[in-house]
Ligand binder design. Structure first.
Ligand code: SAM
Length: 324
């Protein structure tokens, strides 16, 4: 098993397959940003598979494909199929904005993706466009295609912002009850300039939870996930709501993950600058044993915790570049 210097077992890797995205969420990427990695810098599918094999040999059981927008990368189902077949990988999931899910949901299901998380910050088309620059109708079509393809659970990720969409949380709760989705509410993080700007709209989820408690009866403690969300169930329904609170109540003590970016850099913490480049080693032709040794060395550099509150200026890269 991979253990970091703080005794945490690292068994989850978020694999970014691209830093590009077809949306420009206000809190994630600047509108005009265009300095993306070039194709020769991207890990090829066989390289991603090799790194995942290396992690799996060291005890990793869960992989999530992310980005940027992962469905912008051509032939993603082919990669999913390769990773689903890696010995030891038990859970292969996808984070997407769902704009392209309408066309790919069935292929992704066949390829072995088990679970899907979809970003959705508003159910109002105009507001959705203002936050993301995209079309709500496409996302809803993608979500419904994922449901029809049989993905379960489907989790909705909503970044909650004061004076932007915080008034919509109850509507999102009702939407998720109606469609049998799980809802996860997320606090804005100061990642890159857009993230720092969004932190001006920060609202603590403790406040949102107190508001929901006045309208719904929330049963705590259900659905222990492998991740940071603390879940409650809405009594009388199947709906689970997860609260992801990096700012108001951080969860670093139970961190179990690292992130692999599209250019083969391991990011050891979302909120720190500690990285370990793997691609240059891979392309030098190292053996599997050497690759595993590099992974072990990298995990040895995992920091204890983020410092989003103490040092909000410190992360200049954008979320889409790290692999959210
Ligand atoms: N495009 C995919 C998606 O929409 O899920 C995957 C990548 S996206 C960067 C992953 C998640 O990061 C999304 O749910 C997005 O809302 C969230 N995110 C991006 N920037 C953020 C920030 N500054 N604070 C909190 N969440 C952020």
């Amino acid at each position: 098993m991979l253990r970091d210097p703080f005794g945490r077992s690292i068994d989850y890797v978020r694999v970014s397959v691209t830093d590009r995205c077809d949306l420009r969420c206000t809190y994630c990427l600047p509108k005009k940003f265009n300095s993306f990695k070039e194709p020769e810098e991207w890990l090829r599918f066989e390289e991603i598979e090799r790194i995942v094999r290396g992690f799996a040999a060291l005890g990793t059981r869960r992989i999530r494909l992310t980005g940027g927008e992962p469905l912008v990368r051509h032939n993603l189902p082919d990669l999913a199929q390769r990773l689903a077949a890696v010995a030891g990988i038990e859970d292969l999931s996808l984070s997407t904005n769902a704009t392209r899910l309408n066309k790919t949901a069935v292929a992704l299901k066949h390829a072995g993706i088990t679970r899907i998380n979809v970003s959705l910050d508003s159910l109002h088309a105009e507001r959705f466009a203002a936050i993301t620059g995209g079309k709500l109708a496409k996302v809803i079509a993608g979500l419904m295609a994922a449901k029809a393809a049989g993905f379960t659970p489907i989790k909705i990720n909503m970044v909650v912002m004061r004076e932007v969409n915080a008034d919509e949380v109850e509507a999102m709760v009702d939407f998720c009850i109606e469609h049998d989705f799980t809802l996860r509410l997320i606090e804005t993080m100061p990642i890159g300039e857009p993230g720092r700007d969004a932190v001006n709209k920060y609202i603590s989820l403790q406040e949102i939870k107190a508001r929901l408690e006045r309208r719904y009866s929330l049963i705590p403690g259900l659905m222990p996930g492998g991740g940071p969300a603390r879940y409650v169930q809405v009594a009388g329904t199947d709906l689970r709501i997860g609260f992801i609170t990096p700012m108001s109540q951080h969860f670093c003590a139970s961190c179990n993950r690292v992130r692999l970016s599209v250019d083969g850099t391991l990011y050891l913490c979302l909120g720190q600058n500690d990285v370990y480049p793997l691609r240059e080693h891979l392309r030098r032709g190292i053996s599997d044993a050497e690759l595993q040794q590099h992974i072990i060395t990298a995990i040895g550099h995992k920091p204890e915790r983020h410092e989003f509150n103490e040092r909000p200026q410190q992360i200049v890269r954008f979320m889409a570049q790290t692999g959210g």
